[in-house]
Design a protein around this ligand. Structure first.
Ligand SMILES: CC(C)(COP(=O)(O)OP(=O)(O)OC[C@H]1O[C@@H](n2cnc3c(N)ncnc32)[C@H](O)[C@@H]1OP(=O)(O)O)[C@@H](O)C(=O)NCCC(=O)NCCS
Length: 198
């Protein structure tokens, strides 16, 4: 029996604050830090909180984060609420055993249950087509930067969720909380200079 038997299958749940550092490390491993932060999709995520109840983590048998997936509020053209999905990453040790698919299914079902009408993403069409994503649904939409149209995909959760969607996709999520003055002073140690870790 291998160390990763079915009994030790990762468990998917809502992400918590305690997952954030491991999530960042997993994304760096999966995409490379500079490359992932340079993506056009990141322009729709930076400085925003993920959609409420739609940030997921999977934990392995030792409790570490082994998969991550978040959805974000956007407008798909004027007055058209939608969600942006991503990034999706599974730790290399846990790939090809259905965890990415389980993360996708969980996210899509939960977004639908919460009443959202459509999901957009930028990713590999051969992977995402199995969940119903289609480039045809985004043909009149644009992203705020360079993108490959064949990788810009949409999924309708409600009938007509992307019907006649046209224009620029823009971020609409709540802004991240800024640190308080007290937290900033603590970070600088009162010297005005940020502390660096060794
Ligand atoms: C893509 C990723 C999330 C898939 O996770 P996973 O847990 O291995 O996925 P699943 O086990 O649910 O599905 C595996 C299947 O997807 C296929 N697949 C994986 N990545 C694929 C890709 N980029 N394009 C097409 N098919 C892909 C596998 O070949 C396998 O096919 P099979 O079912 O016919 O054998 C994972 O490989 C990963 O984290 N990659 C690095 C980050 C990344 O590329 N994220 C997605 C951005 S496009």
């Amino acid at each position: 029996m291998t160390a990763l038997s079915l009994a030790a299958a990762p468990v998917i749940s809502l992400e918590t604050q305690a997952d954030i550092a491991q999530r960042e490390a997993l994304l760096d491993l999966a995409f490379g830090r500079a490359a992932r932060l340079a993506k056009t999709s990141e322009r729709l995520r930076e400085g925003r909180k993920p959609a409420e109840g739609l940030a997921f983590a999977a934990h392995g048998p030792d409790g570490r984060v082994v998969a991550t997936l978040r959805l974000w509020h956007v407008a798909a053209g004027p007055s058209r609420p939608a969600l942006l999905l991503g990034p999706l990453a599974v730790h290399p040790w846990f790939r090809d055993r259905g965890l990415g698919g389980a993360m996708m299914t969980t996210a899509i079902c939960e977004a639908s249950r919460l009443g959202h009408g459509a999901i957009l993403l930028v990713g590999d069409a051969p992977y995402y087509a199995r969940f119903g994503f289609d480039a045809g649904l985004t043909k009149d939409l644009w992203l705020p930067g360079a993108f490959d149209r064949s990788r810009f995909l949409g999924l309708e959760l409600a009938p007509g969720g992307l019907k006649d969607a046209r224009g620029l996709v823009s971020p609409t999520g709540a802004p991240v909380d800024l640190p308080s003055l007290g937290e900033l002073v603590a970070q600088t140690g009162g010297t005005g200079e940020m502390r660096r870790s060794a």
